[in-house]
Design a protein around this ligand. Structure first.
Ligand code: GLC
Ligand code: CA
Length: 561
């Protein structure tokens, strides 16, 4: 396999709404991103992935697309997009856009025609979506076709009186699922994809890719995820896109798919597959759920972080793709809490140290890294006091579920502050001026109160800041071709250490880290010939090989080959 450009890419994910507001309406936009390209270049990023920028009523912040051919007025115009893309390209930065293919907005013209029997194009577009007639109980009461539960917490069915049918939506009810068995629908989507390729984008992140096919027998089940996730036929659709559009255009294609098996993963992102170049999976993302919490269950139940599981998950995926395909590396995205709050520690005492530890443990591994905006300065979970401070559609359905389960308001609020997706969507903290330098006016979503101490400006000035640590590590990835490095996990089952041996181009590296808030004494590792390269703690202790590791203490050693 010859090396491909995207294997050594360093990707930075931008949540457009929250990165930088350029026109003083409190909403991040394309010109805002354009104005920060130099910052990204300086950080060492060469590829950016932007969250959906399409016209949308913003029920799910743009994952509900109303017009695929239009840029959201919140974010700018198509011309702004063109200029942004050209400017990025001049600076050697590639741009990946989000591709939302599983559903549209309920305000998309296709759906407007589909739901209205009197619409002149009803016939054609009705079948672009997924409909089922109501069921009736013994008393003649209307029932849902099945008891399937959406990913955002409510039923997947919404009644449409004019046709006396329910439509399927596996996310919010404003996001009806498309019918991928309909060829005309697929052709329309392909024309749209082609249009963005012709406009010059460098790749796509394919949203919710494993949900495209459904079980059309509609068996009853609760929650029923197996009926709308990872059904084998969805690979046919992806392969159709891959062969016709992705492969011929030398794009970078990142597929989002939770819960893939080894075989499926290779089907998605093996070198000889025709679907994606790399896969985003979530196995390492929620290794701290408390199974006994009944009030705020599932991902909402904060428990103890299982460090061994994180290491095993990384190792597993590196092994799956070794010589066979390509792996991504990331701590979190816009759907999970901030990593320093989630797996590190966001108290004043440990914030900086744990954020660096998390950087050391991830960014020497092989694969393509995806840095999430704000991660490079250790942005934390939000500190919101009121339910109305949250913006995510999911928060509101889930809050009701918690209260129904018997949770108090305070317990429910704590679960949201710990786990809600909004934690990772608050405005970027550029400096310590009003609204963190994100905007001149009050932003669409409240800035985190810690911005006076956690911000880009401050960390730029400090040689050993989290920001400068990221810079150093991203630089190292390039210099040492770490994308292709061999890695061995040392003592992988240990519940507290996170130790690695990594072989770079010119040096061998050993990373030793305490992943937890308690000190412990590590079993000595053979460091003969190694020197200290980076440490988030006292350099002397590292030099003298002190084996007692303070909370979150982490060191990188290296030895010339
Ligand atoms: C993906 C996105 C998420 C979105 C969902 C529906 O999981 O990452 O943010 O809500 O798809 O499009
Ligand atoms: Ca704006």
């Amino acid at each position: 396999m010859k090396k491909m450009w995207w294997q050594e890419a360093i990707i930075y994910q931008i949540y457009v709404r929250s990165f930088k507001d350029s026109n003083g309406d409190g909403i991040g936009d394309l010109n805002g991103i354009k104005s920060r390209l130099d910052y990204l270049q300086d950080l060492g990023v060469d590829t950016i992935w932007i969250s959906p920028h399409y016209d949308s009523p913003m029920d799910d912040n743009g994952y509900d697309v109303r017009d695929f051919y239009k840029v959201s007025e919140d974010y700018g115009t198509l011309d702004d997009f063109r200029v942004f893309l050209a400017t990025a390209h001049q600076k050697g930065i590639k741009v990946i856009i989000d591709l939302v293919l599983n559903h549209t907005s309920d305000e998309h013209p296709w759906f407007l025609a589909a739901k209205d029997p009197h619409h002149p194009e009803h016939e054609k577009y009705h079948d672009y979506y997924i409909w089922q007639p109501p069921k009736y109980d013994d008393l003649g009461q209307k029932q849902f076709p099945t008891h399937w539960i959406s990913w955002f917490g409510g039923p997947v069915w919404e009644y449409n009186p004019p046709t006396d049918e329910y439509y399927l939506h596996i996310f919010s009810k404003k996001m009806p699922d498309l019918n991928w068995r309909n060829k005309a629908m697929r052709e329309d989507l392909k024309a749209m994809i082609k249009w963005w390729i012709d406009l010059g984008v460098d790749g796509f992140r394919v949203d919710a890719s494993n949900h495209l096919e459904k079980n059309w027998d509609f068996p009853d089940a609760k929650p029923g995820y197996e009926n709308f996730s990872s059904l084998p036929k969805h690979h046919e659709y992806l392969e159709e896109l891959g062969k016709e559009l992705f492969e011929p255009n030398n794009l970078i294609i990142i597929g989002e798919s939770g819960g893939a098996t080894r075989e499926e993963a290779l089907q998605y992102a093996g070198y000889d597959s025709h679907e994606f170049n790399m896969l985003v999976q979530f196995e390492h993302c929620w290794v701290d759920c408390d199974p006994y919490n009944q009030l705020t269950p599932g991902k909402w139940a904060k428990g103890v972080v299982d460090v061994a599981r994180i290491k095993h998950s990384f190792k597993y995926w590196i092994d799956v793709f070794k010589n066979k395909g390509w792996n991504t590396l990331y701590w979190h995205n816009h759907d999970m809490p901030r990593i320093v709050s989630h797996y590190g520690n966001d108290t004043d005492q440990w914030h900086e140290k744990s954020a660096k530890m998390l950087a050391y443990t991830l960014y020497l591994l092989p694969g393509t890294p995806i840095v999430y905006y704000g991660e490079e300065i250790g942005m934390t979970n939000v500190d919101y006091e009121n339910l109305t401070d949250f913006r995510d559609v999911e928060v509101y359905t889930e809050y009701e579920n918690f209260i129904r389960n018997g949770a108090s308001h305070d317990v429910a609020m704590q679960a949201l502050r710990d786990r809600a997706r909004d934690n990772a969507r608050s405005p970027m903290q550029w400096n310590d001026s009003a609204y963190a330098g994100f905007s001149q006016v009050e932003p669409w979503m409240k800035v985190n109160g810690n911005y006076p101490s956690i911000n880009v400006k401050r960390q730029r000035a400090q040689e050993n800041s989290i920001l400068n640590t990221y810079k150093r590590l991203l630089r190292l990835r390039k210099d040492e071709s770490l994308a292709f490095a061999d890695v061995t996990f040392i003592d992988i089952d240990h519940p507290q250490s996170f130790n690695l041996k990594v072989s770079g181009k010119d040096f061998d590296y050993i990373v030793l880290a305490n992943f937890k808030s308690t000190p412990f004494t590590m079993d000595a590792v053979n460091l003969e010939g190694y020197e200290v390269f980076l440490t988030n703690s006292d350099a002397l202790r590292a030099k003298e090989r002190v084996w007692r590791f303070e909370p979150y203490e982490a060191r990188i050693y290296r030895k010339a080959k």
